[in-house]
Design a protein around this ligand. Structure first.
Ligand code: HEC
Length: 136
């Protein structure tokens, strides 16, 4: 019935991921609100919350350690969000909207593909044994 692929996560990580997700949605809301008033600095600030950073990259690598392909999709999403920032810097409203649309496609595309699967410590260790170690 549900054809999505599992992303194995420890319960704490799964909770953390959902918190991040709700924060991503709040950032999108703030982007739209700022854009409605041509507040490009506000767009830039909100887009920065979903943009790529080394810390974000590390977290996504950790989250996807048991789900080959997940991290790549996550990183592509954050890089797409960086292009919203570029468009905001150029004060180009149409381009901000186009890049926001492109970014939202990453949200929906990932949601179509993956769902959380809660696992216990031994399962997590087994599933991620071949993955490179990532800091918590
Ligand atoms: C790389 C994959 C990926 C990307 C990109 C992604 N998400 Fe998610 N998101 C997930 C997964 C996995 C879940 C958990 C789904 C499940 O288990 O049913 C989730 C869940 C959510 C939830 C539900 C949170 C909760 O409390 O249950 C929201 C809201 C959400 N995402 C918003 C977003 C928004 C907005 C974006 C883009 C700006 C986004 N996500 C991008 C993978 C992703």
């Amino acid at each position: 019935m549900d054809g999505r692929k599992p992303v194995p996560l420890l319960p704490m990580m799964a909770n953390h991921q959902k918190q991040n997700m709700r924060e991503h949605l709040a950032a999108v809301q703030d982007i739209v609100a700022a854009l409605a008033t041509d507040d490009f600095a506000g767009v830039e600030k909100a887009a920065g919350r979903i943009g790529f950073s080394e810390q974000m990259g590390m977290m996504c690598t950790h989250m996807g350690a048991g789900a080959p392909g997940f991290t790549e999709q996550a990183l592509a999403f954050h890089h797409a969000a960086d292009r919203i920032t570029d468009a905001a810097k150029a004060q180009d409203k149409a381009r901000v909207l186009a890049e926001l649309n492109a970014t939202l496609k990453h949200c929906t595309g990932c949601h179509e593909t993956w769902k959380q699967q809660l696992v216990d410590e031994p399962t997590w260790t087994k599933l991620t044994a071949s993955a490179p170690p990532t800091p918590h």
